[in-house]
Design a protein around this ligand. Sequence first.
Ligand SMILES: Nc1ncnc2c1ncn2[C@@H]1O[C@H](COP(=O)(O)OP(=O)(O)O)[C@@H](O)[C@H]1O
Ligand SMILES: [Mg+2]
Length: 177
Amino acid sequence: MGNAATLTVPDPAAMQELGRTLATVLRPGDLVLLSGELGAGKTTLTRGLGEGLGVRGAVTSPTFVIARVHPSLVGGPALVHVDAYRLGGGLDQMEDLDLDVSLPDSVIVVEWGEGKVEGLSESRLEVRIERALGGEEGLSLEQDLDPDVPDVRTVTLDGIGPRWADVDLGALAAARA
Ligand SMILES: Nc1ncnc2c1ncn2[C@@H]1O[C@H](COP(=O)(O)OP(=O)(O)O)[C@@H](O)[C@H]1O
Ligand SMILES: [Mg+2]
């Protein structure tokens, strides 16, 4: 049985709020894979996850490091924020990173993770972020540059494996819709 939900996220604040909402169901050892093109909103979502988890340090784009560890300020799991785009070798390299943190005790969030880090965990939450274009032709350049035209994202949540079997992603998405 698949466990999936799709929702519309109208703006960056809502994307961050979705992260805070998702954080409420995250537990130590969870793996979250974020996919979507550059500028889709993966880091914005991760910022909300960090807020929801109550971790230390600003979540920023991990472009110049492969992974950043944000320890918990509230006795919960640390957030390990990985940019797998730079993780050419996949899982082996992830274990080689020598992060000063126990991965099973952390929440691991990977940007661009598809096809590289699935082996870290038998279960994972896949979050796919797509830019919802206005109509068949997409936004016109004028609309694209107009700050009053909303830049909506479509987010698909897909819980894979036993960890996610009993999590009601549909209810989570509905709470946000
Ligand atoms: N609906 C939306 N959801 C998320 N980000 C949005 C949205 N609309 C506009 N944005 C903007 O898109 C950019 C997303 O950047 P970022 O989160 O760094 O993307 P990524 O990490 O996927 O490359 C930000 O500048 C953000 O303000
Ligand atoms: Mg990013």
